[in-house]
Design a protein around this ligand. Structure first.
Ligand SMILES: *[C@@H]1O[C@H](CO)[C@@H](O)[C@H](O)[C@H]1NC(C)=O
Ligand SMILES: *[C@@H]1O[C@H](CO)[C@@H](O)[C@H](O)[C@H]1NC(C)=O
Ligand SMILES: *[C@@H]1O[C@H](CO)[C@@H](O)[C@H](O)[C@H]1NC(C)=O
Length: 524
C-alpha cells in the first residue's frame, strides 16, 4: 500500500512524473490515473456494463505473450461477460501501466533492472512491486519467457535497494534510468539516516523482506534458474535481510534492565497518528520473543504492537523456502547463510506458536494480529496482505489448521473491529482508510483461501458489484454504497484478482461457467 494517505497525497499531487523511454509517457498516451477514471468503451455486455480499461497497445508498458495467451484462453473458460471483462482489465494491469523503466545495471551489462511504480507516484515500493509481479508466476515457465526478465529485473533492483537501505520501503528510479528523483518534501526524522536521492520513504515494514524472498522463490520454483541467484547481488541482499532482522529482534530492555538503543526510529510531521511512531519515534516497548519487529504494517500504518504476526509468518515461510536456493549456490559462505536462514525461520515459527496464539473473544485459540511479548495483544485483521486471513496463501499453514479455522471465523465477522459488512460487499477493511470501507482485496483473498464454493462465488459477486462500472478493483468501497470508493488505479489488487481467476481455472473451472449477473444475487 502507498504510505501516502489521502491527506498527504496533496503534497505530491503537483509533482510531475519524470519522463522515461517507456511508451506510457509518449505524449500521445493518456496518463492512466485520469484514463482509469473514465468508462472507456466498448462496455461489457452484462448488466454491469463494465468499461474496457486496457490502454491501447502502443501505450502499454510491457507486452507479455504469456499473459495475452492466458487472456485469450480464458475467454472460452469464463461464461459471464462482465466477469471476463474484469479479468481482462485486471490481470495485465501492472504490465499495461506500471513497468516504468527496464534496463541494465551501469556496472554489469548482464544485470537486468525493472522499475515498477505503484500508481501515480514515480517511486517503487518493495512490497507493492513484489505483489504486483507475483500473479504472473502463473504464466512463467522458463527463463527465456518474456515475463521472466521482469521478475529478474525486479529482484535485482530490490536487492540493490535492500543492500543500500534495508529499513526503507520506497525508492526513486535508479540512476541508469535517466529519470530524476522527485525528492520527497515531507518532514521525516529517521534513524538510521538515508540518502534522499535514493529513498522516497523509509517506513520499516517487515513484509518487504517477505515480498523479496517470495518473488525469489516464485522465480526459482517456476524456472529452476539457479545461476541467476549466484551472479548478481542476491546473496548480499539476503545477508542484509538477516542482519536487519536480527537487529529488529532485539527487545527494548537488556537482561539487566538497561534500555537498548533502538536500531530504527521514525518520526514524521503528519495529520494521522498512524503516519508516525509513538514515543518520539521509538514505538511501544517490546520483550524478546524471537519474532522480528515491524513498526509499520503492510498498510504502511504504524503498528500498535511491533510483533506483527502475518509479516513474521511470511518471513519465516520464505526464509525457509529460499534457504533451499542458497544452499545450492557455489558462492563462498552460501552454505552458512542457508543455515542461518533456516535457523531464523524456525526461531520465528516457534515464537509465533508461543506468543502469537491467544484466546479469542469466543474463548477459542486464534492468532493475534500483533503482540508485544509482554502480554499486549491486538485482536484484529487488516485487508492488506500479509494478513491473518492470507496465512494459507503465504504457505505458512494449511486451510485445515485448527487455529487458522478459528482465526478465520474471528476475522470474517463482527468480532473483527475491521469487518465492514453491507449489501454491496462484506469484507475486511483497514484503518488505512476508515471503518465501513470494505477492501475488495480481502474478498479476493477470502476466495483464494477457500474450498467452499458458495463462499468463493459470493466473494466474486461482491467484487464484481463493487467496481462502480469502472471495471477495475478499487482499494476500498463503502459496504453500503458502491459509488463511494478510494483509488481507481491500484495495480496490486488488480493483479490479485487476475490471479484468483487463473487459480479457479485450475482448481474449480466449473465455477467460471456460472453467471455472475446481479439479478441472481441472493442476499439473506
Ligand atoms: C507493445 O506492443 C505494441 C504493439 O502491439 C507496441 O506498439 C508497443 O510499443 C509495445 N510495448 C512495449 C513496451 O514494447
Ligand atoms: C554495482 O553498483 C551497485 C550500486 O549501484 C553496487 O551496489 C554494486 O556493488 C556494484 N557491483 C559491482 C560488481 O561493482
Ligand atoms: C519477557 O521476556 C523474558 C525473557 O524472554 C521472559 O523471561 C519474561 O517472562 C517475559 N515477560 C513477560 C511479561 O512475558
Amino acid at each position: 500500500m502507498l504510505s501516502i494517505g489521502r491527506t498527504s497525497a496533496l503534497l505530491f499531487a503537483a509533482l510531475p512524473v519524470a519522463s522515461s523511454a517507456s511508451p506510457a509517457s509518449r505524449s500521445s498516451c493518456p496518463n492512466y490515473g485520469s484514463y482509469s477514471m473514465a468508462r472507456n468503451e466498448p462496455l461489457s455486455s452484462g448488466a454491469y456494463r463494465l468499461a474496457y480499461q486496457r490502454p491501447s497497445p502502443e501505450c502499454r508498458t510491457f507486452n507479455s505473450s504469456g499473459v495475452e495467451d492466458a487472456i485469450k484462453r480464458m475467454k472460452d473458460e469464463i461464461y459471464d461477460p462482465d466477469l471476463f471483462r474484469l479479468f481482462e482489465n485486471t490481470l495485465p494491469n501492472t504490465l499495461d501501466t506500471a513497468v516504468k523503466w527496464r534496463g541494465f545495471a551501469a556496472n554489469n551489462t548482464d544485470e537486468e533492472l525493472a522499475f515498477i511504480i505503484t500508481g501515480d507516484i514515480n517511486a517503487m515500493w518493495i512490497r507493492d512491486s513484489a505483489n504486483q509481479i507475483a500473479p504472473y508466476k502463473a504464466v512463467l515457465r522458463k527463463k527465456s519467457d518474456d515475463i521472466a526478465s521482469v521478475f529478474r529485473g525486479v529482484i535485482n533492483l530490490q536487492a540493490r535497494y535492500l543492500i543500500i537501505s534495508p529499513y526503507c520501503n520506497a525508492f526513486h528510479p535508479p540512476p541508469e534510468s535517466g529519470m530524476r528523483p522527485n525528492i520527497n518534501g515531507a518532514l521525516y526524522s529517521v534513524t538510521p539516516p538515508y540518502d534522499k536521492e535514493i529513498v522516497f520513504t523509509c517506513n520499516f515494514e517487515l513484509d518487504d523482506f517477505g515480498g523479496f524472498l517470495q518473488l525469489s522463490h516464485d522465480y526459482y520454483s517456476q524456472t529452476g534458474d539457479l545461476d541467476f541467484f549466484g551472479k548478481f547481488q542476491w546473496t548480499n541482499a539476503v545477508q542484509s535481510i538477516l542482519k536487519t532482522s536480527r537487529d529488529m529482534q532485539q527487545p527494548t530492555y537488556a537482561e539487566d534492565g538497561t534500555w537498548n538503543t533502538p536500531s530504527y526510529t521514525f518520526q514524521s510531521q503528519t495529520m494521522t497518528s498512524s503516519g508516525t511512531l509513538a514515543n518520539n519515534g521509538i514505538g511501544n516497548p517490546v520483550n524478546y520473543t524471537g519474532m522480528v519487529q515491524s513498526p509499520f504494517r503492510p498498510s504502511d500504518d504504524s503498528a500498535l504492537y511491533n510483533f506483527q504476526i502475518p509479516a513474521n509468518m511470511m518471513l519465516s515461510r520464505y526464509l525457509a523456502s529460499t534457504a533451499a536456493i542458497m544452499e545450492k549456490l557455489p558462492n563462498e559462505g552460501a552454505a552458512g547463510l542457508a543455515r542461518e536462514m533456516r535457523d531464523m525461520a524456525a526461531e520465528i515459527r516457534d515464537a509465533i506458536s508461543r506468543w502469537g496464539i491467544v484466546r479469542g473473544p469466543a474463548g477459542d485459540r486464534i492468532f493475534a494480529y500483533e503482540v508485544d511479548g509482554f502480554g499486549g495483544v491486538n485482536l484484529m485483521d487488516d485487508a492488506n496482505v500479509p494478513s491473518l486471513l492470507s496465512a494459507p496463501l503465504l504457505g505458512y499453514l494449511g486451510l485445515d489448521d485448527a487455529v487458522y479455522r478459528n482465526t478465520r471465523r474471528f476475522v470474517l465477522g463482527r468480532t473483527n473491529p475491521w469487518w465492514c459488512a453491507g449489501p454491496v460487499i462484506s469484507a475486511v477493511g483497514s484503518p488505512h482508510v476508515r471503518p465501513g470501507a470494505a477492501w475488495p482485496m480481502s474478498a479476493i483473498v477470502r476466495a483464494l483461501t477457500s474450498d467452499a464454493e458458495t463462499e468463493i462465488v459470493t466473494a466474486i459477486r461482491e467484487v464484481l458489484a463493487s467496481t462502480d462500472g469502472l471495471g477495475l478493483i478499487h482499494e476500498s468501497v463503502d459496504s453500503h454504497d458502491a459509488s463511494r470508493w478510494t483509488r481507481q488505479w491500484f495495480t496490486w489488487a488488480n493483479g490479485l484478482f487476475g490471479q484468483l481467476i487463473l487459480d479457479l481455472a485450475e482448481r474449480k473451472p466449473h465455477l467460471l461457467k456460472e453467471s455472475f449477473q446481479p439479478f441472481l444475487i441472493h442476499k439473506s
